[in-house]
Ligand binder design. Sequence first.
Ligand SMILES: *[C@@H]1O[C@H](CO)[C@@H](O)[C@H](O)[C@H]1NC(C)=O
Ligand SMILES: *[C@@H]1O[C@H](CO)[C@@H](O)[C@H](O)[C@H]1NC(C)=O
Ligand SMILES: *[C@@H]1O[C@H](CO)[C@@H](O)[C@H](O)[C@H]1NC(C)=O
Ligand SMILES: *[C@@H]1O[C@H](CO)[C@@H](O)[C@H](O)[C@H]1NC(C)=O
Length: 219
Amino acid sequence: MKLSYNVHGSIMTVTLLLAIYCCCDGADDPTLGFTEVPLNPSNMVILKPYDVPVDQRYSFINGTHRMWVYADDKPEAPGSNTQPRTEIRIVGLDYSSGVWQFEGHGFVPNGTSGATVAQIHGAAHGNTTLLLRVYAPGEMRYYSSLHVADGLYDRWFRLNMIHDVDGGKVTVFLDGEQKFQYHDQGPGDLFFKCGVYGAPANISYYMESRWRDIKIYRK
Ligand SMILES: *[C@@H]1O[C@H](CO)[C@@H](O)[C@H](O)[C@H]1NC(C)=O
Ligand SMILES: *[C@@H]1O[C@H](CO)[C@@H](O)[C@H](O)[C@H]1NC(C)=O
Ligand SMILES: *[C@@H]1O[C@H](CO)[C@@H](O)[C@H](O)[C@H]1NC(C)=O
Ligand SMILES: *[C@@H]1O[C@H](CO)[C@@H](O)[C@H](O)[C@H]1NC(C)=O
């Protein structure tokens, strides 16, 4: 961190520079103080409509996982009443306490709407702790209602989701900036996912998201 008070010699200048630095320069890197947990391909399982081969809904090229699904696709298992999905489910790193973090660089093409692109699965109440959906015209929401951020279509963004299980809260960062914080749904068998998973209503026929540089951290 650069403090140029030797130039100006004023506490006010230092305070101002600190404020600017903390606001805009990534000083509040969400991964600071966390330890990266090793993640290898066996920690990623692809969930997709049960009746199609994985290569018709998923590709991994040049480090980018691309996942897509159609609104009339089948669920992940016969007999399931859930909406269609193609998702990476992080396995082997389920957690039930402590502070955990998902980081990934995501891309959602213009037109994908009503798709959960990242989630924390598991909770004491209900099935999920956090669903982040993208709706037209590029807005990210917590489930279908609360606003998280705008302007997410057709560009790479860095997403960090922090789950403080002991403190009972989830925090969402986009491009290093905190955008959202909310209470969780109580502890459970918790794990991270990303990809596309149709909401119950208001979904586009085609849904796609791409992810790269996925990392898991803990405290
Ligand atoms: C592969 O990804 C890198 C970024 O990690 C990019 O610079 C490069 O252009 C990509 N190559 C192809 C063939 O897409
Ligand atoms: C998305 O596509 C629509 C329809 O083609 C267009 O009007 C809109 O400007 C596009 N949005 C972005 C962010 O490019
Ligand atoms: C939780 O998941 C089960 C199995 O997929 C489903 O039957 C149930 O409706 C879900 N509960 C809620 C509250 O979404
Ligand atoms: C679907 O969209 C309509 C029109 O914008 C809205 O009134 C309704 O609440 C939405 N439903 C859900 C479940 O988000």
